[in-house]
Design a protein around this ligand. Sequence first.
Ligand SMILES: C[S@@+](CC[C@H](N)C(=O)[O-])C[C@H]1O[C@@H](n2cnc3c(N)ncnc32)[C@H](O)[C@@H]1O
Length: 574
Amino acid sequence: MTIRKLYYGDNCEVIPKHVKPDSIDLVYLDPPFNSAADYNLLFKENGLSPDEAQLHAFKDTWIWDIPAAEVYHEIQNIDNARLIDLINALMAAFGKTPMMAYLVHMAFRLDLIHRSLKPTGSLYLHCDPKASHYLKMVLDSIFGPTMFRSEIIWRRTGAHNKSKRWSPLHDVILFYTKSDVFTWNKPRQSYMNGHVKEHFKPDGKGGWRTDYYGNVLTGSGTRGGLSGKPWKGIDPTAKGRHWAIPGEIWAEVGIDPEGLDQHQKLDLLYDEGFITIDPDAAWPMYEMAVRPGQGPAIGDIWAYQPYTEGTVFGSKTGIDDDVRWLGTRDQERLGYPTQKPVGLLKRIISASSNKGDVVMDPFCGCGTTIEASEILERQWIGIDISPFAIQLIRRRRIEGAFPHLKFGKDYQVDGLPTSMTGAKDLAAQDKKAFEVWAVSAIDGIPNPKKGADGGIDGKLKFKPDGKVAKHAIVSVKGGALKADDIRALIAVVDREKTTSMGFGVMVTLNPPTAKMRADATAAGFHEIAGAKYQKVQFVTVQDILEGKKPRLPFPELPDVFKKADVATHAGLDV
Ligand SMILES: C[S@@+](CC[C@H](N)C(=O)[O-])C[C@H]1O[C@@H](n2cnc3c(N)ncnc32)[C@H](O)[C@@H]1O
């Protein structure tokens, strides 16, 4: 069965429990640099800028606390002396700092992730230049230093003016493999138009032909046998080389050379007009038509260059347009502050996996990796500690972009309630997670605050006059419901009257008593467009599980839940 699985939970618990060792082909992870379980910075309607989010999270979350000390001690038991020595050395150098809290958190998880990779698996760790050098050491100690493949510089933004330093524009993506045998699909980019004009010649039919460099038909070093023997008077051995025709050439010219020896292959290309021999040139010339996407190998600097539209051969887009960052008003944006572009993930997944492979994103956020994997026909596993992220992926990424995938049948979600027992368990286990789940299940935006929230667990958007947005106040009760709770909600709703219009919704695990319902009814009604709406209403968890929503005048989905377009298959598919 095709694996399409979302897990709500901490990846350090989900991976050992649900992901078999040696089972994953490709991992991409984009951990929050600064926030671990920070549910929801994420919920400001139009999204926070990544910087705002990072800053906020840094202050909030990365501190050397008891959980950090516990992880530090757990690392001492990992069967990897090099990792233990490294962490202890870093600890000696930096002490109990936020950075060390972050590093022990990451080291522990990277070790688990490494175990989950197949022996042929690859890992891409997306991180920030402030911590990438430490993470590289951690990865060296887990994968082995020789398993480091690339440090990719990805341009993540247009401009950032910082005083007295170069504008920080890039993220770092570290690429490691578990062994020397791994999938590599030789990603290539298109030539620049300027390069084509400089190095190639018009083919007389509106296109361009390469004049391949002389030795494209040869490989370095001498060989015995026919590949070392002269062809048409040209002796490769005399020049320290041998005849070797690259496999791509056959795909390009559309000929299957199977069964032919090296000289017959050269003859065939010559007869078909792909090779010319110039007596003044050192080597026979191979020529082929220049095509988009058949230029040089893609390097490790991925930097979209604005205003370079039309400079890339065969395309109207700009340089590295397929991995361009998401602008503030980008169509692709879901309002999730740290969202990465699908194009970036498509490039990584295309290069380092094949159709049907299993891709895992253990910090999957709003599911960029999931969408790219599905487009490229890979299997996928996404894990996130935010129930909102998981619901967002379900609604926006899956239901929006891949409506043919059916929940429960084609893809599964683990860890979020689908029954009363599940809801009770979540409420008992993590009050905030329960609140976030309940609010987002009724199309609300949860309150990111974890502690005192002024009686507001979330807000529901509606437009009573069809124009101006208002927000009903949501209060969630996962434990015993008291009469005072209704009175408290009515007080908050009154306090916030300008934005709430007096509307409030009480979400409860346990059904309210008749007296509580009467108190809510006593708060009154609004008559809008000929219909009557109760100002304060109840929605039970049972209602949520049955798909019921609160009754509000002209409710609106928050932008973040609006459905994405059905995904297209454009891009660098392999
Ligand atoms: C930087 S965001 C990932 C964004 C993602 N690449 C995207 O394009 O949407 C990091 C995510 O990791 C999640 N997270 C943080 N700690 C986690 C943990 N221990 N286990 C699972 N997810 C975690 C956060 O909730 C957040 O959604």
